[in-house]
Ligand binder design. Structure first.
Ligand SMILES: [Zn+2]
Ligand SMILES: [Zn+2]
Ligand SMILES: [Zn+2]
Ligand SMILES: [Zn+2]
Length: 501
C-alpha cells in the first residue's frame, strides 16, 4: 500500500537492509535483486533547457554557468518570461497605409511584472538582444579565479616533480649530461625564464576591514517602510552579484538548465533507469522499477489486535508481470539476514587483509629496468572503484508472528483487458480455501493469522513480517542468447505495520 504522505504500512527490505515502500525501489534484472536509492548510482544523462527544450552539451553548459542563453525568467516570481508585442506609431509616418511599427517587451503572465517597469528599453526583434547587466565585481572575481587556478597548477606541477624523483622513470637528456635546463638556456643565449607553471603564484590583493561605512539615508528613520517595494530573500539570491534591495532594480535572470539523470546498479554497473534523450519526452529507455517486477502487497483488512488471541489479517497480492508466478509465504527469519551480513563483513575484512599482505610481501624498491613499470605495481590486483553498498542488519523489530500457511498460491499474469471483464474467471485454479479467500485476474486476497508476542502493552504499534518467495521470470537472458526465459525464485522480506493494539 502506498500513500502520497503518511505512514507506509507495507515495506520491503532492500538487499542492503533498508526498508522502503515498493514505489521507492528498483529491481536490477541482471543481479535479480532489489535496489533502493542508496544501492544505485545517479549520473547526469543530459542537460537541457526546460523552456526552449534544447539539449546542451555539458562543456557548453559549464561555460554558460548552467544557464540558458536565450530564456529569461521573471526576477519577481521566478517563472518563465514571455515576449509581448506592442505597436508604436507606424514604420513610415508619411504613408497612410504603412504597417504599425512593432516593439517587443518582456512580461510575466504569473505576477504581471514586465521589463518596462524597471526601465528596460523595448527591443525591435522578438528573439532578444536584451541588455545584460554588468557585474560590478567581475574584475575582482576574475582576479581571484586566476590566482586560484595558478595555485592549483603549481601544486600539480610540484606533485608531478615529486613523483618523477620517486620513480626516476623519466630521465631527461639534460639531467643525464649534468646540464640543467637553465644552464642550457644560458649557453644557447635564451633568457632564463622559469616555466609559467613554476612561477610563484601571485596572490590577489586581500580584502581589508574598515570601520567607515556609509550613513543610512534619512528616509529610513522618517518614512514608514513599504514592504511591497523591498525585495524578498529569494529575489535577492536569484541575482547574487547585485542583490537588489528594492523591486525597481530587479533584472530578468537567465533560466537555470535542467538535467535528466540515469541510475546505475552499484553492483553490476548496469542501468536500472535511463530516460530518453529528447527533452520533450517523459518516457524512459530503461525503467526497472520494482513496481513492474515484484508482486505488490496491500493490507486490506486488519482484525482486532488483542494479545493472547490470533488476529486475522487480509492482504492482497497483485502480479504486475506478464508471467504467471507462484507465491510461497515463508518465515521472516531475521537471524539468517544477520548471519548473511556478518559473513559479508568477514569476507570484506579478509579481502582487505589479502590486499594488504600482498603489498607487504613485495619489496618497495625492486631494481627496475629504465622505462618499465616497477614490478611491485604490476603484481597488485587492479584497483576497482569501490562503489558497492555494504549490507546491514535490518533494524525493524517485529512484535508479532505470522502463522505460516502450508500451501502456496498462484498469481496469474497481468491482463489489461481483464479490468473490463465482469465474468468471474478464476483461471480454473484450485486454491486452498483456508488461505485464498478471493481472486480476480492477477489479484489474490489471502487470510493470515498473526499472534502478538507476550509482554506488549496496549497502544503499542504492531509490526509483523514474512518472507515472500515468488517465481521471477527473467527475460533478459532469453533476449540475449535466444534461450527460454529463465525462472528463478526471488525472496523478499516484507514488513507490515498493523496499527495500534
Ligand atoms: Zn538498498
Ligand atoms: Zn532556453
Ligand atoms: Zn513573475
Ligand atoms: Zn545489478
Amino acid at each position: 500500500m502506498s500513500y502520497i504522505t503518511g505512514p507506509e504500512y507495507v515495506r520491503y527490505a532492500c538487499t542492503c537492509g533498508l526498508l522502503k515502500s515498493l514505489p521507492n525501489l528498483y529491481f536490477c534484472r541482471h543481479c535479480s535483486q532489489l535496489r533502493c536509492g542508496f544501492c544505485v548510482c545517479p549520473e547526469v544523462d543530459s542537460i537541457f533547457c526546460g523552456k526552449c527544450s534544447e539539449n546542451i552539451p555539458s562543456a557548453e553548459a559549464k561555460v554558460k554557468k548552467n544557464k540558458c542563453a536565450n530564456c529569461l525568467i521573471c526576477p519577481s516570481c521566478q517563472q518563465d518570461l514571455s515576449t509581448r508585442i506592442a505597436s508604436k506609431g507606424v514604420v513610415n509616418p508619411d504613408d497612410s497605409k504603412s504597417p504599425a511599427k512593432k516593439t517587443y517587451y518582456l512580461s510575466c503572465y504569473f505576477c504581471g511584472w514586465n521589463s518596462r517597469d524597471v526601465g528596460i528599453p523595448d527591443q525591435t526583434s522578438p528573439t532578444g538582444g536584451w541588455p545584460e547587466r554588468e557585474n560590478v565585481h567581475s574584475n575582482r572575481l576574475q582576479e581571484l579565479l586566476d590566482s586560484y587556478k595558478q595555485i592549483m597548477l603549481s601544486q600539480k606541477q610540484q606533485k608531478e616533480n615529486d613523483k618523477k624523483k620517486k620513480f626516476g622513470k623519466f630521465v631527461s637528456y639534460t639531467d643525464r649530461t649534468g646540464i640543467t635546463a637553465s644552464a642550457l638556456r644560458k649557453r644557447i643565449g635564451i633568457p632564463d625564464i622559469p616555466h609559467a607553471m613554476l612561477r610563484k603564484p601571485k596572490l590577489p590583493e586581500s580584502s581589508t576591514a574598515t570601520t567607515e561605512v556609509e550613513e543610512l539615508p534619512d528616509k529610513f528613520f522618517t518614512q514608514e517602510i513599504d514592504l511591497l517595494e523591498v525585495t524578498t530573500i529569494e529575489q535577492r539570491l536569484l541575482q547574487p552579484e547585485s542583490q537588489p534591495v528594492t523591486v525597481d532594480k530587479l533584472f530578468p535572470a537567465h533560466k537555470q538548465l535542467s538535467i535528466k539523470k540515469s541510475l546505475r546498479c552499484r553492483h553490476c554497473e548496469r542501468n536500472v533507469s535511463k530516460p530518453e534523450y529528447n527533452p520533450n519526452s517523459i518516457k524512459f529507455k530503461i525503467q526497472l522499477f520494482a513496481y513492474y517486477h515484484i508482486p505488490e502487497v496491500r493490507l486490506v483488512k486488519v482484525g482486532d489486535l488483542k494479545r493472547g488471541q490470533p488476529c486475522e489479517i487480509i492482504i492482497k497480492f497483485t502480479n504486475p508481470t506478464q508471467h504467471q508466478t507462484t507465491i510461497t509465504i515463508l518465515n521472516l527469519d531475521l537471524a539468517e539476514q544477520e548471519r548473511y551480513v556478518e559473513e559479508q563483513q568477514m569476507m570484506d575484512i579478509s579481502e582487505n587483509l589479502e590486499v594488504l599482505s600482498l603489498q607487504f610481501k613485495q619489496p618497495t624498491s625492486l631494481p627496475s629496468l629504465p622505462g618499465s613499470q616497477p614490478s611491485s605495481l604490476l603484481s597488485l590486483p587492479p584497483r576497482q572503484p569501490h562503489l558497492t553498498i555494504k549490507s546491514r542488519k535490518i533494524k525493524q523489530t517485529v512484535n508479532s508472528t505470522v502463522e505460516i500457511p502450508q500451501s502456496v498460491f498462484i498469481l496469474p499474469p497481468r491482463d489489461d483487458a481483464a479490468e473490463y471483464d465482469d465474468s468471474n474467471d478464476t483461471h480454473n485454479i484450485e486454491d486452498d480455501s483456508n488461505l485464498v479467500i478471493w481472486r480476480k485476474s492477477n489479484k489474490v486476497c489471502i487470510k493470515l493469522l498473526v499472534n502478538i508476542h507476550e509482554g506488549e502493552t496496549i497502544g503499542e504499534e504492531v509490526f509483523c513480517g514474512f518472507t515472500m518467495d515468488h517465481v521471477y521470470t527473467n527475460i533478459i537472458a532469453a533476449n540475449f542468447e535466444n534461450k527460454q526465459p529463465q525462472k528463478l525464485n526471488h525472496k523478499v522480506r516484507i514488513f507490515l505495520n498493523l496499527g495500534k493494539m
